[in-house]
Design a protein. Structure first.
Length: 353
């Protein structure tokens, strides 16, 4: 079985890390894996360079011709698209691909897409162009069905954490209590609310807030910090090449997003033993059970977030058992091995259709 995995970029992000983990870890005696991706800093993580091909992020017609050539050359049986743009690529390629045998197409839906604003077009594209859809949470599976995607096409396969890269480490309390957020600096990640929480707790001594990540809202976030006079309270640390180190260094991680599907940073935080305080968004509650594996808040109330932070600061033992339960949940339900094996099974079933 020859499989072609493809994504449009390899910048730091949940979908891109997922792509690299699969490329690194998928192994089967009857499987030959090829990978195609646009440029980005994660390209260095590609393990099997001999089977990796780079595409442009802008020259789409040239990409289409190159990918079609690869499909023919390597007699590809299954294509795994990791972005909606790549699904559109294969919609075009299918029209240009005249062999009797056509590869099966798997699509992993990682993120909320613009086309979902037009549910009929979105569902029609997936129903016609894709054979199997991997949803990374049950929340997203139900969302796809509501949009009109045929439910028999969809299988939930949760994201998985590399438990060796993200080992559990008990916390040692330092002088400052560190609250962090690790996310692309974009509107949907809602850094404004993170800063609002910091502002609510501005008078609390020995409490610092750290923002890791890069993106289009960098300047507006910096301006907001400055306008509120929080320059000594909220620190922008920039892009994080080693997310595990940043998460380990924090005493608490926050997730404040307006939109999520099933965030990878949530599982990574649970794995390393850092408590997570999150808004109830997307599929988050499939991993975070309030006061058992994390802290789940229903609405965007800075005061409610702040009260939990104060509890954690003032009661050192407050979250000790919680982080152990969080680690166990990741080990039993969200390991990388589980994700890789379930994805491989999707390939095999599609190839045997």
């Amino acid at each position: 079985m020859n499989v072609l995995m493809i994504t449009d970029k390899l910048i730091h992000g949940g979908a891109e890390n997922y792509f690299c983990r699969l490329e690194n870890e998928l192994k089967n005696d009857n499987l030959t894996l090829y990978a195609v991706a646009g440029p980005g800093e994660l390209e260095s993580q590609i393990k099997h360079k001999e089977n990796f091909y780079s595409i442009s992020r802008t020259k789409h017609f040239r990409n289409l011709l190159m990918i079609r050539k690869l499909i023919v050359k390597h007699d590809i049986d299954v294509i795994h698209a990791n972005s909606l743009r790549m699904v559109l690529y294969f919609f075009v390629i299918k029209m240009l691909y005249f062999k009797k045998k056509k590869p099966g197409i798997v699509y992993t839906k990682h993120n909320v897409t613009t086309l979902e604003k037009h549910p009929f077009l979105f569902a029609s594209l997936l129903n016609k162009s894709v054979d199997r859809i991997i949803a990374v949470s049950d929340f997203e599976r139900e969302n796809l069905i509501r949009h009109g995607v045929r439910k028999e096409k969809i299988k939930t396969v949760y994201n998985g954490v590399d438990l060796k890269k993200f080992p559990f480490r008990p916390k040692e309390r330092c002088e400052d209590f560190k609250v962090g957020i690790l996310a692309r600096l974009s509107e949907e990640k809602n850094h404004d609310f993170f800063i609002e929480i910091a502002n609510e707790l501005r008078a609390k001594e020995n409490l610092k807030f750290y923002i890791a990540g890069d993106g289009p809202q960098y300047q507006s976030i910096l301006n907001k910090i400055d306008s509120l006079g929080l320059n000594d309270k909220v620190i922008l640390v920039g892009k994080s090449s080693h997310p595990e180190q940043f998460i380990e260094e924090m005493d608490l991680m926050l997730l404040t997003s307006k939109l999520e599907v099933f965030p990878m940073v949530m599982l990574e935080t649970m794995a390393v033993g850092t408590p997570l305080l999150t808004i109830d968004v997307g599929g988050v509650k499939e991993a975070i059970i309030n006061n058992e594996t994390g802290y789940l808040v229903k609405k965007y109330y800075a005061k409610e977030f702040s009260d939990i932070i104060i509890q954690l600061i003032e009661n050192e033992g407050f979250g000790r058992e919680l982080v152990q339960r969080a680690r166990y949940k990741v080990e039993s339900e969200f390991s990388m091995e589980r994700m890789v094996n379930s994805t491989l099974n999707e390939y095999i079933q599609l190839n045997h259709r």
